[in-house]
Ligand binder design. Structure first.
Ligand SMILES: CC(C)(COP(=O)(O)OP(=O)(O)OC[C@H]1O[C@@H](n2cnc3c(N)ncnc32)[C@H](O)[C@@H]1OP(=O)(O)O)[C@@H](O)C(=O)NCCC(=O)NCCS
Length: 220
């Protein structure tokens, strides 16, 4: 596994062909699997108005914005892996990681509103011949970016990355009380495969997780 534990056991950054993907990200409209799509009129409603959000691969120089977002995510909710303060706030770790990740093994995408990072998705392929057809997915959005379709767009971008590389299975785990995430995963074609009993300890209490997965090729 190339994911440094200091960053996050379940998600940090990149995958290349940056020029190609940035070009896609700059396109104003189009299929969301182009890795970039604006919300309706480029704006999400409510008090938290996102001016011009796009999905793209972060450059290593953007590690500070992404690290800030990841730390904020840890503070905002308890449905992801890391507790507040458990992640390193030093952007150099992420910067280094971003600069070496291989696009065939990692899909790391961030929702940016200008220079501000609002959320991310990370898919990482298995490291061995017998597991590299499969990728493990982690996703998280700051509260202000939720409920506007960005989660779905990020997962659709992962589907496209996977399809282009012959990745046939996407899998993840989710706490059984995380209704929003389970709703998103089902909406995007993931199904429950099993129950991981007491797989996490949340504030001193054991919590179950669903194992969920999506096959991108027909069942054999
Ligand atoms: C889970 C998460 C990524 C969803 O992202 P999102 O951008 O809010 O979701 P979207 O707006 O793209 O919604 C897509 C679908 O998800 C489902 N969904 C979204 N929010 C939901 C909710 N609160 N309850 C039930 N289903 C929900 C719906 O089916 C929705 O489709 P619809 O809009 O056609 O009804 C976001 O809530 C989040 O980041 N949560 C905190 C971090 C986290 O828990 N990550 C997952 C760890 S496993």
């Amino acid at each position: 596994m190339t994911t440094p534990p200091a960053l996050e056991a379940s998600g940090a950054p990149v995958w290349g062909h940056r020029a190609e993907l940035r070009a896609a990200a700059d396109r104003p409209k189009g299929d969301c699997s182009d890795f970039a799509r604006r919300g309706p009129d480029g704006i999400a409603g409510g008090d938290n108005r996102l001016v011009n959000p796009t999905i793209r691969i972060p450059a290593p120089e953007e590690a500070e914005a992404v690290t800030r977002m990841l730390c904020e995510l840890d503070r905002e909710n308890s449905t992801m892996m890391l507790e507040p303060g458990e992640r390193s706030e030093d952007p150099r770790l992420l910067q280094e990681w971003l600069s070496v990740l291989h696009p065939d093994h990692h899909c790391y995408l961030v929702v940016f509103d200008g220079l501000r990072a609002l959320g991310f998705v990370h898919a990482e392929r298995g490291p061995f011949r017998r597991s590299r057809h499969s990728a493990y997915v982690v996703i998280g959005l700051l509260e202000e970016a939720r409920g506007s379709g960005w989660g779905r767009r990020l997962l659709e971008a992962v589907d496209r990355w996977a399809t282009e590389r012959g990745v046939a299975r996407l899998e993840l785990t989710v706490m059984t009380h995380n209704a929003a995430a389970i709703g998103l995963y089902r909406r995007c074609g993931y199904v429950e495969e099993g129950l991981r009993r007491h797989s996490l300890i949340l504030d001193g209490t054991p919590v179950d997780e669903f194992a969920m997965a999506k096959l991108l090729t027909p069942d054999r």
